[in-house]
Design a protein around this ligand. Structure first.
Ligand SMILES: Nc1ncnc2c1ncn2[C@@H]1O[C@H](COP(=O)(O)OP(=O)(O)O)[C@@H](O)[C@H]1O
Ligand SMILES: [Mg+2]
Length: 282
């Protein structure tokens, strides 16, 4: 889904000249409604220095986070940079949060005039908290319904401002079993928290399916390794009455299937999986 901001960012010139003139139906409507003159004071100054938004990345909860301050020349660049950086830090840690959800919540920082923004990344990138000291939300339930918005004409020069961001973010997270909540911040403002489900534990190692099919000779090789213990191709060839090259090839195939393993001196031994398989077929 392409947002107004996406289009603005796709055309870097649009971000630095007058977006009202260059952009779309949405801005044109505002212009026709008598809101043509950009009133720069109604949008917040780009926060810099100690006011710059910060990203706090927790590798563990027992040591202080890495803190990165993000400064950009204008608000569209700041929104894009915060979204991209947050997304890539989360991904690096194994997080699965969708980019569009981060983008919607970071665009919404405009409603908080980008005041004291902190983005916190926790739990291997699966929990992200976006907090500010803006006005906060007096009706948190309705803010999640399509069409409820406090976006002003000035803000609509940078965001769609039709009250679609929060419902879309919540809905797209639901597909991934994630949740989006909002709380009041300490000292005023909002704290949005995205929680993705904990990573599923790796599936326990399964014995090979009994459907693994071996030739009679390969089965014999496995049985021999069980009876003789670790053996090389010469011993196997002798027992089977085949050429050493044939025994060597069969051992290679069984090894590729993970049923036996090499011991280093040319000898092979039954692997756990090979033993399981023999138990199911003998
Ligand atoms: N960080 C925030 N601080 C204050 N209000 C917010 C914040 N984020 C969202 N909101 C409120 O929630 C409303 C709905 O947000 P959203 O669904 O993204 O629509 P839109 O951004 O188009 O208004 C906003 O209009 C605003 O009133
Ligand atoms: Mg929004």
């Amino acid at each position: 889904m392409e947002s107004f901001l996406d289009r603005l960012l796709a055309d870097p010139g649009a971000a630095t000249s007058s977006p009202v003139r260059r952009e779309t139906d949405v801005a044109d409507t505002a212009e026709r409604a008598g809101d043509a003159a950009p009133r720069a004071e109604a949008l917040p100054d780009v926060p810099q220095g100690p006011s710059a938004p910060r990203i706090a990345i927790y590798d563990t909860l027992t040591s202080p986070p890495r803190v990165i301050a993000v400064e950009e020349k204008d608000l569209p660049a700041l929104i894009a940079s915060l979204a991209e950086k947050t997304y890539s830090y989360c991904r690096e840690m194994g997080g699965q949060v969708p980019y569009t959800v981060l983008q919607e919540l970071i665009e919404n920082l405009l409603h908080a005039y980008f005041k004291d923004v902190v983005i916190t990344i926790l739990e291997s990138g699966q929990t992200i908290r976006i907090s500010d000291h803006g006005p906060g939300l007096d009706d948190k339930e309705r803010a999640f319904l399509p069409g409820f918005t406090t976006a002003t004409a000035d803000q609509r020069r940078l965001i769609r401002g039709v009250g679609s961001g929060l419902p879309i973010a919540r809905e797209s997270l639901q597909f991934l079993r994630g949740v989006l909540t909002v709380e009041d911040n300490l000292g005023g403002g909002a704290v949005f928290t995205i929680r993705m489900p904990a990573h599923a534990a790796p599936a326990p190692a399964q014995p090979p399916a009994p459907s693994v099919t071996l030739t009679t000779r390969q089965t014999k090789v496995l049985v021999l390794l069980m009876e003789l213990g670790a053996s090389g191709p010469t011993a196997i060839a002798r027992e089977l009455g085949v050429a050493p090259a044939t025994a060597f090839r069969e051992l290679g195939i069984l090894q590729d299937m993970g049923l036996i393993h090499a011991l280093g001196d040319g000898k092979r031994a039954l692997a756990e999986e090979g033993l399981h398989l023999l138990e199911t077929i003998l």
